[in-house]
Design a protein around this ligand. Structure first.
Ligand code: PGA
Length: 255
């Protein structure tokens, strides 16, 4: 991933049909094709991965998925393994998104999923984020614990295959009225890099990719990426319309 900025689209449970997915994907591909300093990763629902891969033979966009199961094999009705996702064309997988944590993924499960992702040569996009902020700053130790539990027993050689997406739950989605400030984001990005440096050594301070997610749009993208100390964004809602998402790509590319 060298020194490129990274913009990830998390389509969540959208769109309803492959026809719409194709249109959205092709709309973003046109813009992604022009980028030199920005890497684009799209995480569609996994039913679309295989077909989108066919539209993307030159790998202009990298494909990821939004989750994987915590076991590799066996009788698990309805589940999809990391290996299946890799074989279907994904190179990335989001793990520990707050919406998955809300459905029961605890720190131990998140750790199992990252290990399986790495074992199957998928890069893991690890999401961490506090529900609320308290004045005493207890959320710092919450974040540290989330990060270190997720990375438990994961060796230094994998640092390059793990992206950390800081997504404070209070800032995610349209319902949120609160927006993170540049100073708040910068403080957290340094905090995350420092924890990783203590765990994996000095080089990881720069090597690790720290992203931000939570109501990113074309209005706040420039400010957050310039002053927030992050390497890119994880974008939800604003990734569902090609023009809006492309605008974010354009802004980031110019920086
Ligand atoms: P949002 O979602 O951009 O709609 O806030 C981000 C996410 O949940 O990953």
């Amino acid at each position: 991933m060298q020194n490129k900025k990274i913009i990830i689209a998390n389509w969540k449970m959208n769109p309803d049909s492959f026809r719409e997915a194709e249109e959205l994907f092709n709309g973003v591909k046109k813009q992604a094709n022009k980028l030199k300093k920005t890497k684009v990763i799209i995480c569609p629902p996994c039913v679309f991965i295989n077909k989108l891969k066919q539209l993307n033979k030159k790998n202009i966009i990298s494909l990821g998925t939004q989750d994987c199961f915590r076991q590799d094999k066996g009788a698990w009705t309805g589940m999809i393994s990391a290996k299946m996702l890799k074989n279907a064309g994904a190179d990335f997988v989001i793990v520990g998104h707050s919406e998955r944590r809300g459905l029961g993924d605890n720190d131990q499960i998140v750790n199992q999923k990252i290990k399986l992702a790495l074992k199957n040569k998928l890069n893991a996009i690890l999401c961490i984020g506090e529900t609320d902020r308290d004045e005493d700053g207890k959320f710092f130790s919450f974040l540290e614990n989330q990060l270190l539990s997720a990375l438990s027993d994961i060796g230094k050689k994998f640092v390059k295959n793990i992206l950390i997406a800081y997504e404070p739950i209070w800032a995610i989605s349209a319902a949120s009225k609160k927006v993170i400030t540049v100073d708040e984001l910068q403080q957290i990005s340094i905090f995350i890099r420092k924890i990783l440096m203590d765990k994996y050594g000095a080089k990881s301070f720069e090597a690790v990719k720290v992203l931000y997610g939570g109501s990113v749009d074309f209005r706040n993208a420039e400010e957050l990426i310039c002053g927030g100390g992050v390497d890119g964004f994880l974008v939800g809602r604003k990734s569902l319309v090609a023009e809006r998402f492309n605008k974010i790509l354009e802004i980031v590319e110019k920086i």
